[in-house]
Design a protein around this ligand. Sequence first.
Ligand code: ATP
Length: 220
Amino acid sequence: MSTNTPAADGLHALFGGTFDPIHYGHLRPVEALAREVGLNQVTLLPNHVPPHRPQPEANARQRLKMVELAIAGNPLFAVDDRELHRTTPSYTVETLEAIRQQRGPTQPLAFIIGQDSLLSLHKWQRWQDLLSLCHLLVLARPGYNDRMETPALQRWLDTHRVSAPTALRSRPHGSLYLADTPLLEISATEIRERRHQGVSCDDLLPRSVQGYIELQGLYR
Ligand code: ATP
C-alpha cells in the first residue's frame, strides 16, 4: 500500500511501470515533471504482468524492493503495491477507478506515462475512459516521434491536450499534458542486456538498486 498520504491540496500523480528494473530514465524525468507542473507526490505503481505476456526477469517481490530502494529518503515518491497482489490482469483504468473511489470525485489526480506509451495508448483497456478519471502527463522520451499510431488517437490527443499546467489544477481530470522533461536514453531492456553481457550499468540506475541486483544475481 501507499507509504505516504499526499497532501489534499497538492497535485498527486501515479506512475505505473514494470520497473524491471527501475532506473534513472524513470526517476529523473519524473522529478523534472514534478517541478514543471508542481506535483507534491508521485506514487509508483509496479505492474502485475499477466501470465500470457512476456514475463519480467525479476519477480514481483524483487521489482517492488528495487522501487523501494530507489525512492528511499526521497519525499516526492511513494509506492503502492496493489497491482502486485492481483492474480488477474491489472488494467490501469481499473486501478484508477479504485483510487478515484477512495479519493472521491473532486481531487485532481494525474497519471504519468512515457511518450512511447502515449503513441500506442489505443491498445490499453478502455483507453478513452482514462481521462474521465485522471489527467495524463506525458514524459518526453528519446527515440520516439510524435505520430500517434491511429487517427482516432491523434484526434483524441488534439481534443484534450492543454499547454499550461494550470489547467491540471482547475479540474479533477480530463487534460492531457505533454511535458518538456529531459531526454534520458535509458531503458530497462538496455540495463538487462548490459547485465547479460557483463557490461557496467553505472549512471543508469541508483547504486542501492545496483547493489540489490548484484546480491540477488538478477539479469545474469
Ligand atoms: P522495458 O525496456 O523493459 O520495456 P522501460 O524502461 O520502458 O522497460 P517500464 O517500466 O516499462 O520501463 O516503463 C514505465 C513507464 O516509464 C512507461 O510509461 C515508459 O514509457 C516510461 N519510461 C521508461 N523509460 C523512460 C525514459 N527513459 N524516458 C521517459 N519515459 C520512460
